[in-house]
Design a protein around this ligand. Structure first.
Ligand code: 5GP
Length: 210
């Protein structure tokens, strides 16, 4: 991202991961109603839209060739193959907003989050703007129930997502903040507390190093 110095007015970057069905989207839709400065980064994907998902809102739904052309053109901050499809974060969804003092939240998988962690490790100033947050379901049984309850996936997709969930939960310690989504309301409260505290700490730090 090459921000040589955190500008006085720079937003925070929240990187949110967790297994499919952990409830990230439900948490974010509640949180964003309450924190208008927080923008959702719309990702690109090659998976097909689910009923009700709009291009440009849930995702930018792309053909594989288009996605690969964008990789080659360097348009992604990170991208990964998740559950058999490409997913990626466009630089255009993130960088300018941060520089305009907007906060940005990414809902991305563990592979993508680790790519961003590496970027942060190379850039300590960026790392101060970024918080890595993991949403965990209370149990694998509840995760399975939630995935099946959606009624949008085939059995094959559900089984693949459940198998991947174990690997994702194993990487929990890579994150600096854990939200347990036992009840949506608790998870939303925990997210808001994390977000407000992080923003306040960053503001105080910027003030201290001026
Ligand atoms: P879903 O197909 O259920 O919308 O998303 C599947 C997984 O892909 C989720 O874990 C979600 O966090 C992840 N994902 C969504 N967008 C991106 C992205 O831009 N980059 C990466 N690495 N993962 C993403």
């Amino acid at each position: 991202m090459n921000m040589d110095k955190i500008p006085e007015q720079c937003g925070v970057l929240i990187v949110l991961s967790g297994p499919s069905g952990a409830g990230k989207s439900s948490i974010l839709s509640q949180v964003m109603k309450q924190r208008p400065n927080l923008c959702f980064s719309v990702s690109c994907t090659t998976r097909s839209p689910r009923p009700g998902e709009e291009h440009g809102k849930a995702y930018y739904f792309l053909e594989k060739e288009d996605f690969e052309a964008r990789i080659a053109a360097g348009e992604f901050l990170e991208h990964a193959c998740v559950h058999g499809n490409y997913y990626g974060t466009l630089k255009s969804e993130v960088t300018n907003r941060l520089l305009q003092n907007k906060d940005v939240v990414l809902d991305i998988d563990v592979q993508g989050a680790m790519i961003l962690k590496k970027l942060c490790a190379e850039d300590p100033l960026l790392s101060r703007c970024a918080e890595f947050v993991f949403v965990s379901p209370p149990s694998m049984e509840i995760l399975e129930k939630r995935l099946r309850g959606r009624g949008t996936e085939t059995e094959e997709v559900i089984l693949r997502r459940l198998a991947n969930a174990k690997g994702e939960i194993d990487q929990l310690e890579e994150y600096s903040y854990l939200i347990l989504n036992d009840e949506l309301e608790n998870a939303v409260t925990a997210f808001l507390a994390m977000y407000d505290t992080f923003k306040l700490s960053l503001k105080r730090w910027k003030g201290a190093v001026k």
